[in-house]
Design a protein around this ligand. Structure first.
Ligand code: BEZ
Length: 234
């Protein structure tokens, strides 16, 4: 049988639009989320162990994301009643790593036809042609895709990294800086590379609080509290 190839939107693309039924009612995506950051993440199926551990972790961190003006929207390749039953089971029966009585308040999209999963290239025939892989799309307040993470079925996502990506994207936007490897709020940030010989010379001679490893690689301090005061809701 011929293998189907699904295309995937890329960083910088507008998030593909769709209307969907969810556990929180119908949504129009991404227009309902205009003005907020959104994390759209997919799961292969309900009532599966890796997905359950991920869902509980995300739900437990929902308030943290909300404070960073970031809404969570999940998708699983199953029907609405299965979703409702799964979320009830999570709340009523599952205790995992100190998390219990976890109520999932963000929408979980019903995608039994895989129409949304296909639009976002969440299908990976090499993994499974009937399940969505663990994709994470970070979408900005203007509906533009800014980061994509893509995990296989066998590996649960790192939610601290997902939170770091949210803070990193917002910090880079708010302060016009880039962020080095393993950056965490409070670490030095990278100032934009000099675009002319004059600026490069100025950089190297500057007495400003900047550390230049070479003319193209300069960092400066950016106070953690200043970042949090700027990007987190009061
Ligand atoms: C899981 O979430 O546990 C899972 C789902 C699909 C395939 C493998 C694992």
């Amino acid at each position: 049988m011929e293998e189907k190839i699904y295309s995937m939107p890329r960083i910088g693309d507008k998030a593909p639009e769709f209307k969907a039924v969810t556990t929180q009612g119908e949504i129009n995506f991404p227009s309902d989320y205009s003005g907020s950051w959104v994390i759209l993440f997919s799961h292969p199926a309900d009532f599966t162990p890796v997905c359950t551990s991920e869902f509980m972790t995300f739900a437990s961190m929902a308030a943290k994301f909300e404070k960073a003006n970031t809404k969570l929207v999940g998708l699983s390749v199953d029907g609405l009643y299965s979703h409702i039953a799964w979320l009830r089971t999570i709340k009523e029966k599952i205790e995992y790593k100190g998390m219990k009585d976890v109520e999932v308040k963000f929408p979980l999209i019903e995608d039994i036809t895989m129409s949304v999963a296909q639009k976002y290239g969440m299908m990976m025939p090499g993994e499974s042609s009937t399940k969505a892989v663990r994709a994470v799309f970070f979408i900005d307040p203007k509906g533009v895709i800014r980061t994509i993470l893509y995990y296989p079925l066998s590996l649960g996502r790192n939610f601290e990294e997902i939170y770091r990506v949210v803070l990193g994207l917002q910090t880079a936007d708010a302060f016009s800086v880039a962020l080095p490897a393993d950056w965490q709020p409070g670490d030095d940030v990278i100032v934009p590379t000099a675009g002319s010989c004059g600026v490069a010379k100025e950089r190297m001679e500057s007495k400003e609080e900047m550390k230049c490893y070479d003319w193209f690689f300069c960092t400066k301090k950016l106070d953690k509290q200043k970042i949090l005061d700027t990007i987190l809701k009061k």
